[in-house]
Design a binder for this molecule. Structure first.
Ligand code: PGA
Length: 250
């Protein structure tokens, strides 16, 4: 695992966006795995700016998002499809049919999960997966205790995750109780992974990730077994970590 320490959220976002643009330049038909949430939002702003200024094109790119809330459709401002359209897709030249998220409105959710796995396979797998990390160490919506062998599946969200995400909703009660998420094995099969962390709230999870055991109690810890992972974290996120035995660059 390569760990890059940066001074700020802005620098984290800049480095991440540069890596993504480099990947697209190397392979204009890359399959990008994308995430939602607060951590990645500046990265998307920087990708949009780069697209406008430097003309990086997404015409041949496919994107695969990690997850979607069950019961929220694309016109719901809290759905992840809406977030992605607003914060990224409509500002790029990516054809809408090449941006993929699980369908949170699917009536047959099991079938939706199987179809999502098949789609990733048909696209040849994810070339670069962008990840945030939950305060409890989750990746996607894979909460602690999720099997490392899990594929795309429906999850019941932990109360702590619902509370962490309630800031986007009118009340805690309106936060969905379930989501469809790529599984941990699905994420692990990505060819390259970029995990971002910013702020003190992530410090405990990052310390466990860097210095703790690989355990299903910390879903992100599986990434230690992957041979192409870069963690970009700011000083606050690294404030509890004594990093040892890991390539550490600044
Ligand atoms: P955040 O979420 O970027 O909003 O902190 C990350 C996550 O929960 O994976």
């Amino acid at each position: 695992m390569n760990v890059v320490e940066v001074d700020s959220y802005n620098e984290m976002s800049r480095k991440a966006s540069e890596l993504i643009v480099k990947k697209i330049k190397e392979n204009t038909s890359s399959v990008l795995g994308l995430a939602t949430g607060g951590t990645v939002i500046r990265v998307y702003q920087m990708l949009i700016k780069d697209h406008l200024v430097n003309g990086t094109s997404y015409r041949e790119v496919n994107t695969i998002n990690l997850d979607e809330y069950v019961g929220l459709g694309s016109s719901d401002s809290n759905s992840y499809r809406y977030y992605m359209n607003e914060n990224l897709f409509t500002h790029l030249d990516i054809p809408q049919e090449q941006s993929h998220l699980p369908n949170g409105m699917a009536t047959n959710r099991k079938e939706e999960c199987v179809k999502y796995e098949e789609l990733i396979g048909e696209l040849g797998g994810v070339d670069l997966q962008l990840l945030g990390i939950g305060e409890n160490g989750h990746i996607g919506f894979n909460e602690p205790g999720t099997s490392f062998r899990s594929k795309t599946h429906v999850v019941k969200l932990m109360e702590s995750t619902r509370k962490a995400n309630a800031r986007y909703f009118s009340s805690l009660d309106s936060v969905p109780t379930h989501a469809v998420t790529m599984g941990i094995d699905t994420i692990f099969r990505s060819k390259q992974i970029l995990l971002l962390a910013s702020g003190m709230k992530k410090a405990a999870a990052i310390d466990w990730l860097l210095n703790g055991e690989v355990s299903e109690d910390l879903p992100a810890s599986i990434l230690k077994k992957h041979n192409r992972v870069t963690v970009i974290a700011d000083k606050d996120a690294l404030s509890l970590s004594k990093v040892s035995g890991i390539t550490f660059t600044k």
